[in-house]
Design a protein around this ligand. Structure first.
Ligand code: UDP
Ligand code: LCN
Length: 806
């Protein structure tokens, strides 16, 4: 029974519900999503002169608040109610307001009927259901703990292991005996044969190391420890070795989850990491701002650097660096022969500022050189990934001189490659998604057939399902990426149940309560993006050059627009020319508000300026919108559009130059999965206005260290910016206050150091979990393989045939 629906029926709102539904039935729109429902109800309230109290707080208002979808299906209405996060109830409400709960299958049939693809006479549609595979694995109960998988797993693992001491002792003992690096035995050797011996020797080794000065180097007592049965990996000094052994001793005598976690995160078991990011232009220069090429590249490069640094520090503390144990990180991407001036045609490129981190580029096999020689959109990449994986495997093994210890996929293509690679190499698989398409394009699954030519979602969503279920761990940047907000569905949640009419029905696509989900936010490159106040680290000639570029230079090849009054407060934005980034919405907002124009100049950086520079349909459409708005609102003299792709250090300086002039940063995206530019702007000290749809909602704390904006309400957005400028005029310290709090926010919460130390500790815990639980994932992996070979592959091959004909 629906609690929310029932309270409407028990109240005097019952008539309103009947009337509201009656009016919906007369409308042309039959399928209403959250926004439509809100609008329809608000119209209803206006028309019937209902109070604000009624609209928001009455039982009906509450029901509407929690209703995600309404499908008008003949005389009845199908309502999807989400009473709390990660929970869903579906009802068919009849004309007389009697109602029945309906099954997921019924719901998917209803959706198919809506798009005219319900064909029961043809037999049943293929159903994909992962639920049975999760039946035997642990599951988080409270939705607010979703995304804290590793903490949960540690507690679960400890309670399970410690229940049966014999088994647990055997597991840990075996696990400790397992580790080595290039033939160098680590941790314990066969002189320790049993658990009892281990427990005994640990105490002896503690007492031995206690007699030596804390800072005594490992090398000076290595052989004494070896005699006792201990190999390298415990620490670099007598103090550190003793410390690690003490943790183990505690784990042996009185095990608990905290000690287990601390101990496992000290085990040296990760040395070689692959980060897979296949599509686009993956490089260190001249690639950002192109279609498909933005934050993911920044994220992966920064992560690679930080992982190496963190691993180096860990291996140093473990005493292994002096024995020649060094970490290696490889970013695996595709090689693009026609590199258009980038270095994407080079097989191997060292990542700047690292000792042993590389970009390894593997070409797609030459099926049709007209296609594979060039950049390929992320929507068209599917036919090449399986053979890419095979070739990449050979190259990775050669580069590493062995197998990697961890594979991290990025986005749908990188994740499916990570799945195939991990399966072949039997290595832990992590996924990162950045921004999946399913929730970006409304109804992308229901209308997949109409969209197939352009987007090929049937392949992409299948790949997503396979990769996310196969992953040992999914790293998300925010909580809402997994399960959304009280009023909106999360990116991963959207895979839980959906129909691909005529292809398949997903009745349980992902278990959101699985401990595989972990929120680990990215950081920002602090060498490039740092506070404007650090004058000593800023190069005066760069500051001057970029100030001119932003405000005064006249170079029609890269800048459009001149400023009548360059001294007005700059309102700055930087994004790819992607529909979702909504730079055109920002220009409209600016254009519609003379007050906003009084206070600010609008300055934005978007990789390009002219249509003939692009062959991407979305990009061209966005440019057209920008030009139209500029003319419509006659913005000449008030804006500058920079069509430049700046080198990294310059883009860092740009934010600071804007901050020097007490400007603001605006991120107006219709949806932003995370939003690295928000971090970059905030750490630079720019008061930041970020979209309330997506990651910025978690990064920014409204009115404390930045502001939320609703990019679908231009008037309100303009007002917030005007209010800020007015407040700053009255009290110049206000700008300084928000600026300072923004910088503090990033330094306290969003650094790569925090990110990678958590990531590595997770990789170890999941490694230990896989080993100790002996969880049989083979049945699920086989099921995933069949989806790959029976759905993904034939569709990718059909696509290849089409590419061959080009
Ligand atoms: N960027 C850039 N030039 C541009 C557009 C973007 O250098 O013209 C950089 C920006 O500094 C940030 C990244 O690209 O580091 C964009 O990341 P974000 O997460 O904001 O968005 P995405 O493009 O990944 O959707
Ligand atoms: C892709 C996006 O769209 C952004 O929201 C993220 O910040 C970026 O990737 C890095 O994860």
């Amino acid at each position: 029974m629906s609690h929310l629906l029932q309270s409407v029926l028990n109240s005097n709102n019952k008539l309103d519900l009947r009337q509201f539904f009656g009016e919906l039935r007369l409308k042309e729109q039959r399928y209403l999503l959250r926004n439509d429902i809100e609008r329809a109800f608000s119209d209803y309230c206006k028309q019937h002169q209902k109070s604000q109290e009624f609209q928001h707080h009455s039982p009906l208002g509450q029901l509407i608040d929690y209703t995600q979808e309404l499908i008008v299906d003949g005389e009845s209405i199908c309502a999807i109610i989400r009473p709390k996060i990660a929970d869903q109830e579906v009802y068919r409400i009849h004309e007389d307001l009697s109602y029945d709960a309906i099954t997921v299958q019924d719901l998917l049939d209803t959706r198919d009927r809506f798009v005219g693809h319900y064909r029961p006479q043809d037999g049943d549609v293929f159903e994909i259901d992962f639920e049975p595979f999760y039946d035997y694995s642990p599951s988080i109960r409270d939705p607010k703990n979703i995304g804290k998988g590793v903490e949960f797993l540690n507690r679960y693992l400890s309670s399970k292991l410690f229940q049966d001491p014999r088994e647990w002792q055997e597991t840990l003992f075996q696990f400790l005996s397992l580790h080595s690096y290039n033939g160098l035995k680590l941790l314990i050797n066969p002189r320790i044969k049993t658990w009892e011996q281990l427990s005994d020797r640990v105490k002896q080794a503690i007492s031995f190391t206690s007699q030596r000065p804390e800072s005594d180097p490992y090398d000076s007592f290595r052989f004494d420890l070896q005699d006792l049965g201990f190999e390298p990996g415990w620490g670099n000094t007598a103090g550190r070795v003793r410390d690690t052994l003490n943790i183990l001793d505690e784990l042996i005598d009185s095990p608990n989850d905290q000690v287990l976690e601390t101990f496992v995160s000290r085990i040296p078991m990760i040395f070689r990491i692959v980060l897979v990011s296949v599509h686009g232009w993956f490089g260190q220069e001249g690639v950002l701002g192109r279609p498909d090429t933005g934050g993911q590249v920044v994220y992966v490069l920064d992560q690679a650097r930080s992982l190496e640094k963190q691993l180096q520090a860990e291996l140093h503390e473990a005493g292994l660096d002096v024995l020649g144990v060094h970490p290696k990180v490889i970013v695996l991407t595709r090689l693009i022969p026609n590199a258009e001036g980038t270095r994407c045609n080079e097989r191997l490129e060292k990542i700047w500022g690292t000792d042993d981190a590389w970009i390894l580029r593997v070409p797609f096999r030459e099926f049709n050189p007209k296609v594979t020689q060039n950049w390929i959109s992320r929507f068209e990449i599917w036919p090449y990934l399986e053979t890419f994986t095979l070739d990449a495997e050979t190259e990775l093994l050669a580069e590493f001189k062995g197998s990697p210890d961890l594979i991290v996929g990025n986005y749908s293509d990188g994740n499916i490659v990570a799945f195939l690679l991990s399966r072949r190499l039997k290595v832990t698989q992590f996924n990162v998604a950045h921004a999946l398409e399913k929730s970006k394009y409304l109804f992308s699954n229901l209308y997949w057939q109409e969209l197939e030519n352009q987007y090929h979602f049937s392949i992409q969503f299948t790949a997503d399902l396979i990769a996310m279920n196969a992953a040992n761990c999914i790293i998300s940047s925010t909580y809402q990426e997994i399960v959304g907000k009280p009023d909106s569905v999360g990116q991963y949640e959207s895979y839980h149940c959906f129909s691909m009419p005529d292809l398949y029905h997903v009745v349980s696509g992902i278990n959101l309560f699985s401990p595989k989900f972990n929120v680990v936010a990215p950081g920002v490159n602090e060498a490039v993006f740092f506070p404007y106040l650090r004058q000593e680290e800023r190069v005066p000639s760069d500051v001057e050059r970029l100030d001119k570029l932003l405000f005064t230079d006249e170079d029609p090849s890269q800048v459009y627009g001149t400023l009548e009054d360059p001294n007005k407060r700059p309102l700055f934005s930087m994004a790819r020319l992607d529909r979702i980034k909504n730079l055109s919405g920002l220009v409209d907002c600016f254009g519609q508000s003379p007050e906003l124009q009084e206070h600010y100049n609008l300055i934005f950086i978007a990789g390009k300026l002219r249509e003939d520079e692009s062959d991407d349909a979305e990009e061209i459409a966005e440019m057209r919108k920008l030009y139209e708005s500029i003319e419509r609102y006659n913005l000449h003299g008030k804006f500058r559009w920079l069509g430049v792709r700046l080198p990294k250090v310059d883009s860092g300086e740009v934010y600071r130059v804007i901050a020097d002039r007490r400007g603001v940063f605006v991120q107006p995206a219709l949806f932003e999965a995370f939003g690295l530019t928000i971090l970059e702007a905030m750490i630079s000290g720019l008061p930041t206005f970020g979209t309330q749809f997506g990651g910025p909602l978690e990064i920014i704390q409204d009115k404390i260290n930045g502001f939320y904006i609703n990019p679908t309400n231009l008037e309100e957005m303009a007002q917030k910016l005007v209010d800020f400028a007015t407040k700053c005029q009255q009290n110049p310290d206000y700008w300084l206050e928000i600026s300072q709090k923004g910088m503090d926010r990033v330094y306290s919460t969003y650094t790569w150091q925090i990110h990678t130390s958590r990531l590595l500790s997770m990789a170890k815990t999941y490694g230990f979990w896989n080993y100790s639980s002996q969880e049989n994932r083979e049945d699920m992996l086989r099921y995933l393989e069949s989806l790959f070979y029976l759905i993904y592959k034939p569709r990718a091959q059909a696509m290849l045939a089409e590419h061959m004909a080009r």
